[in-house]
Design a protein around this ligand. Structure first.
Ligand code: ADP
Ligand code: MG
Length: 369
């Protein structure tokens, strides 16, 4: 018999378990807690960096492999899953938004590629995992989020002269679309836009959010650059389509974010292949795979391909996004995977930006002293 106590032996065995995404020991990162051995079962709480984590099975396998047969008498592992979303360290010179842990920008080289579709459905997918999510529609040229989310109300004043955000499908929403009158020409010039955006970021009662998704105006001009510069982002996602995977467009986007020191979380290819609703077969109408190739060229993660699916367009048109209407459909699964991938990249960036990473303390799960 070993003279170490069972829980000390358990801790020792778990020291070798590496988080598959962050590639560091989970125990050291504070992700394995409340270790206890009772009879032949090892109990523990695993605190993930996002509720959207797709790697639960892999983590469970690694824990079982490390413990069973190593810790005397233990034959089964009982895991309770928890999460506590990591928080961005922010970028120098940018004001943080109180209570908001991560700001994710969704950008594209031009309009019509599905930036808003991706923003809306990813936001809902994240929220379905249990994360607290906000959506800020900063696309002054085409603020379509209210239409896609079926929002017709106007934001109302909240407490102490702040604005109370609108809400749909469990997500807090603010949009330039709700304050621009229909038909009003969008002649917001840089300074006006910047002022409006500051209000949306700092004078809205966002409350506690794990992720605030920002739908940016398309392109890489001065307006976009100044937004990329003023929003305290964790990172940006670039949306492209197979037919306009022009190196020029996407590389300008990547260059813009590099210039303002915003990490690019990855590239999403939208409308890549048409899924026939009758036979289920996929046809590459515009070709596909260009997004992946671009990601490789620029050494940026590829976050997934979203097929061209009429239900995505219909849902967006009648205010019921696909992730709300059919979250369990095949294409719903694609959005869930993309959202999980984005959430994983956020955790990676947050851990990469600090030398001695630890899980944040927060209202959700109090840390051990
Ligand atoms: N994967 C898709 N399948 C089918 N229709 C799509 C898909 N992605 C976007 N659309 C449709 O294409 C149009 C443009 O998408 P949108 O998200 O508004 O683009 P952007 O915000 O980049 O201008 C919308 O009508 C939308 O419903
Ligand atoms: Mg849009």
């Amino acid at each position: 018999m070993s003279d170490a106590s069972p829980s000390a032996a358990l801790e020792q065995a778990l020291a070798a378990v590496i988080d598959p995404e962050l590639r560091r020991p989970m125990l050291e990162l504070g992700m394995l807690r409340d270790l206890r051995v009772d009879a032949s079962t090892a109990f523990m709480r695993v605190v993930l960096t996002t509720p959207a984590c797709p790697l639960k099975d892999e983590i469970r396998g690694a824990i079982e492999a490390a413990v069973i047969g190593t810790v005397a008498g233990v034959a089964t592992v009982d895991i309770s899953w928890d999460s506590n979303v990591t928080s961005t360290r922010g970028l120098p010179g940018r004001q943080e938004i109180e209570g908001v842990r991560n700001v994710l920008a969704v950008s594209a080289g031009k309009g019509g590629v599905g930036k808003t579709t991706v923003s809306v459905n990813t936001a809902i997918a994240l929220s379905l995992t249990g994360a607290r999510v906000g959506l800020l529609d900063a696309d002054v040229y085409g603020p379509n989020v209210p239409i896609m989310m079926g929002i017709t109300a106007q934001p109302e004043p909240g407490e102490s002269q702040r604005i109370r955000p609108l809400s749909a499908y469990g997500i807090k929403v603010m949009s330039f679309g709700t304050i621009l009158k229909p038909g009003q020409p969008v002649i917001w010039r840089g300074p006006m836009l910047a002022k409006g955006l500051r209000e949306f970021l700092y004078e809205v009662e966002w409350g506690e959010l794990d992720y605030l998704v920002v739908d940016l105006p398309p392109g890489t001009g001065d307006v976009q650059l100044s937004l990329a510069q003023s929003v305290p982002m964790t990172g940006a996602v670039i949306v492209t389509t197979p037919q306009d995977v022009s190196l020029a467009d996407v590389s300008r986007g990547i260059e813009m974010f590099r210039q303002v020191k915003v990490p690019v979380l990855g590239i999403i290819e939208n409308m890549s292949g048409f899924v026939c609703s009758h036979c289920g077969e996929t046809t590459d109408i515009f070709g596909s795979g260009g997004g992946r190739g671009l990601a490789e060229t620029y050494d940026i993660p590829f976050l997934g391909s979203i097929p061209l699916d009429p239900r995505i367009r219909l849902g967006g048109g009648d205010g019921q996004p696909l992730m709300a209407a059919a979250p369990d459909s095949a294409v719903g699964g694609v959005f869930r995977d993309v959202a999980a991938h984005i959430a994983g990249r956020v955790s990676q960036e947050n851990f990469a930006s600090t030398a001695a990473p630890v899980m944040p303390s927060g209202p959700r799960i109090p840390l051990r002293p």
